[in-house]
Design a protein around this ligand. Structure first.
Ligand code: LMR
Length: 328
C-alpha cells in the first residue's frame, strides 16, 4: 500500500512539473476587513466565481474576509510584498500613499451617493485611480458602500452633544480634523477592534455606514445613531503594479472584466443593503434613530466645513470644484 502511494505521489510530481496543463492554478488572494454580507464581501465572492468560471483550472481566487489574513494596519504593505494580490480599503485608508484621495473624506462635500458616483466616473475621479502608481499601487476601480452616520451612547442632535467624547475613526487626518472641529476626540483604530472598543466603553462612538454598523453589530453596543449622511465610505479596489503587469495580457483582460462586473454587482448590493440594514437595525430596537432637522444639520455643516480649507492645498482646489460639480 505504501509502495502504491509513493508511486502515485511520484507520478503526480512528475506530471505536475512536466505538463503545464496540470500545473496548480495561479492563486489570487483577495483580503478584506468586513463581513461577507456586505457590499465588499459580496463583490469579492462574485469576483471569485466569475474568474474561476472563465479561467477554470488556470486561476483561483481565495477570499479572506473579516481581517482574517490582513487588517487595516498591514493590508497595503502586504499588497506591495505580493503576499496578497487584491485589497479594497476604504478611500480613507490610503493617506500614507497619496494625499489626493483625502477629497473623499471632506465632510458634507457630496450630497448623496449619486453625486459620489458621478464624481468617481468623471475624468477627475478616474485620474485618482492612478494617484498611487509611483508607489507601485494600481487602482482598478471604485466600489460603493454608502454614506456615514454617527453613532454614540447619547443622542447627537447638535455638534456640542459630541464634545469631549471619544470617536473611533479610520486612519485619516481629514476625519481627525472633522472631529477636532466639534471638540470631540478622534481615536484612529483598525476596523477589527471597533466592536470591542465600543463594548468596553473605551470609546464613546464611531461613524460608519448602515451596512458596517449592522454586520459588525455596532448597533448592539451604541444607544443612538444620528442619520447625518455627513460623508462617504467607499473603496478603491487596488492591486500591485508587479502582480498586475506580470499577468499575461489576455488573462489580465479577463480578470479586469470580471472585476468590473463584480463591482457593478457590489454597487447594486450597496444601494439595497444601505436601506435594508438600516431597517434591520431600527427593527432590532437596540439603537434609537436620531433624525436631524434642517436647522440642526446646518449646525453640523457649519462646524465641520472649515476642515476643507485646511486640506485644500494637498487635495487641490480644482479637484474640490470637480467634486462639487457632481452635486447637481
Ligand atoms: C472602517 O474601517 O470603518 C471601514 O473602512 C471598514 C470597511 O472596509 O468598510
Amino acid at each position: 500500500k505504501l509502495f502504491a502511494l509513493t508511486k502515485v505521489t511520484a507520478l503526480a510530481a512528475l506530471l505536475g512539473t512536466s505538463f503545464g496543463a496540470l500545473a496548480e492554478p495561479v492563486e489570487i488572494k483577495f483580503s478584506h476587513v468586513v463581513a461577507e454580507n456586505t457590499p465588499k464581501g459580496q463583490m469579492a465572492l462574485k469576483f471569485k466565481s466569475l474568474v474561476e468560471e472563465r479561467l477554470p483550472g488556470e486561476y483561483k481566487v481565495s477570499v479572506f474576509p473579516n481581517s482574517q489574513l490582513f487588517g487595516d494596519n498591514n493590508e497595503l504593505a502586504a499588497l506591495l510584498l505580493n503576499d496578497v494580490q487584491l485589497v479594497a480599503p476604504s478611500l480613507s485608508k490610503f493617506e500614507r500613499y497619496t494625499k489626493k484621495l483625502q477629497i473623499f473624506d471632506l465632510p458634507f462635500l457630496f450630497d448623496d451617493m449619486a453625486a459620489v458616483d458621478r464624481f468617481q466616473q468623471s475624468e477627475a475621479g478616474q485620474k485618482l485611480l492612478n494617484s498611487m502608481n509611483r508607489k507601485g499601487i494600481v487602482g482598478l476601480g471604485y466600489l460603493h458602500n454608502g454614506m456615514k452616520q454617527f453613532s454614540a451612547n447619547n443622542p447627537l442632535h447638535l455638534p456640542k452633544d459630541a464634545e469631549g467624547e471619544k470617536f473611533r475613526i479610520m486612519a485619516s487626518d481629514v476625519i481627525a480634523a472633522q472631529f477636532d472641529a466639534i471638540g470631540a476626540i478622534p481615536v484612529k483604530k483598525p476596523f477589527s477592534e471597533v466592536f470591542t472598543l465600543l463594548q468596553t466603553r473605551a470609546i464613546d462612538g464611531q461613524e460608519n455606514t448602515w451596512s458596517n454598523t449592522y454586520s459588525k453589530k455596532f448597533y448592539e453596543v451604541q444607544s443612538h445613531i444620528t442619520e447625518s449622511n455627513h460623508g462617504v465610505l467607499d473603496y478603491m479596489v487596488v492591486t500591485s503594479d508587479t502582480f498586475w503587469k506580470g499577468l499575461p495580457k489576455d488573462k489580465r483582460d479577463v480578470i479586469k472584466k470580471s472585476l468590473d462586473e463584480a463591482i457593478a454587482f457590489g454597487n447594486e448590493i450597496a444601494a439595497a443593503k444601505d436601506e435594508e440594514d438600516k431597517q434591520a437595525i431600527l427593527a432590532s430596537g437596540r439603537s434609537t434613530l436620531v433624525t436631524l432637522t434642517p436647522a440642526q444639520r446646518q449646525q453640523w455643516v457649519n462646524a465641520m466645513k472649515p476642515v476643507w480649507a485646511k486640506f485644500e492645498d494637498q487635495i487641490g482646489k480644482d479637484m474640490i470644484e470637480a467634486a462639487l460639480a457632481a452635486n447637481k
